[in-house]
Design a protein around this ligand. Structure first.
Ligand code: ATP
Ligand code: MG
Length: 355
């Protein structure tokens, strides 16, 4: 069995708190399953590091990370440091350099959690967000700053290749997991250049997968359907901006940010993929020991799945559901009074019961 090398970046705010619980879970898992070999190196490249060193990671930071099999990331963000640094000098370079062009987000209503929308139904789908191009390009500028005539231009860049890779990942995921449909988020009625290319390419790729039905919806309608009939979806594929918005909406539908994991995937595996919760550093609750660690722990489960241990990923999700079903240990976001550490410990205990 391979010995996986994992880089751990706890980050800012509640990041280190929820990563700490995740490490507890992974260490227990290693003890319980002797075939799991995994070593961790922790890098404190965060806002504090930036304030001390004038850069958020060392010049050779990406070279260092490149050698790992995966990156487990907490969250980054601090009011003393501009987003230009945390996002554009840390998160974006990692995503870009390591070609993590898929953002993968499960939207699954766990047992023991009540959705604000349904009573105990089975909302269970995934969002595949194109993660490398689209609306979040760095291209554009401002003219006549401060004048009444000021103009801002933000370019959206869709490539046939980039769109095809995202669409193909979605259809292959659907096929691998025996799903019957892929839903595409579009807005080609109003965004007539980039979104028409998106539609064309998604349609072309879908023809390679005749057993899987392609549904295409305008983003505004689709957002409403997420609320009115969330059980109908299986795999949703969306551009960078649409996928970002749908992910937060999806997260709200299944119980909130404290429960929402994500993966930034490099499907070819030539660079490490990165696993992080959907939530940010949550400065409002940082340092209080009340953050829900489930999103981070579930993100680590996605990491194990990506590394070829879907069996252990499943066991982690089972352990989380077991704790949620018992309803004794709940962090404040789930209406309880438990601490981050109590939740982590309860999940470790559930793992010991299962394995
Ligand atoms: P960032 O800029 O870092 O993305 P943000 O302001 O977008 O941060 P989040 O950090 O995602 O916000 O938090 C949004 C809200 O959700 C906050 O009120 C926060 O306390 C809450 N929240 C986020 N993550 C968790 C968690 N793991 N457990 C409990 N509450 C959380
Ligand atoms: Mg945020």
């Amino acid at each position: 069995m391979r010995n996986y090398q994992i880089a751990v970046l706890p980050g800012d705010g509640i990041g280190p708190e929820v990563v700490n619980e995740t490490m507890k879970v992974l260490e227990i898992l290693k003890k319980l399953d002797s075939t799991l070999h995994m070593e961790f190196d922790t890098f404190h490249w965060n806002s504090e590091y930036y304030l001390q060193h004038g850069e958020i990671m060392p010049k050779n930071g990406l070279e260092t990370l490149k050698k790992y099999d995966a990156i487990l990331f907490g969250a980054i963000g601090d009011q003393r440091v501009p987003d230009e640094v945390t996002i554009w000098k840390l998160i974006m370079p990692i995503r870009k350099q390591f070609n993590q062009y898929i953002n993968f987000r499960p939207v699954k209503l766990l047992q023991g959690i009540a959705s604000p929308l349904t009573d105990g139904g089975d909302i269970d789908f995934v969002i595949i967000r194109e993660n490398a191009e689209g609306e979040y390009s760095n291209s554009g500028g401002r003219l006549y700053p401060g004048f009444e005539q000021e103009i801002a231009v933000q370019n959206t860049i869709f490539t046939r290749k980039g769109t095809a890779k995202a669409a193909r990942f979605a259809f292959e995921y659907a096929k691998r997991n025996r799903k019957r449909s892929v839903t595409s988020a579009t807005k080609s009625n109003a965004i007539i250049h980039s979104m028409k290319l998106w539609d064309e390419v998604v349609q072309e790729i879908s023809e390679e997968f005749p057993a899987i039905k392609l549904d295409s919806y305008y983003i505004d309608a689709l957002a409403a359907y997420f609320v009115s009939r969330p059980k109908d979806f299986e795999v949703v594929v969306a551009s960078n901006l649409f996928g970002d918005i749908l992910s937060d909406l999806g997260s709200a539908v299944v119980g909130g940010l404290g429960l929402s994991p994500s993966a930034n995937l490099n499907p070819e595996g030539d660079y490490p993929s990165m696993f992080e919760p959907v939530h940010g550093s949550a400065p409002d609750i940082a340092g209080k020991g009340v953050a829900n660690p489930i999103a981070q722990i579930w993100s680590a489960a996605l990491m194990l799945e990506h590394l070829g241990r879907a069996d252990l990923a499943g066991v982690i999700v089972d352990a989380i559901e077991r704790v949620l079903l018992e309803k004794e240990v709940r962090t404040p976001d789930l209406g309880g009074t438990s601490t981050t550490s109590e939740m982590g410990t309860a999940i470790c205990e559930a793992l010991q019961q299962i394995l």
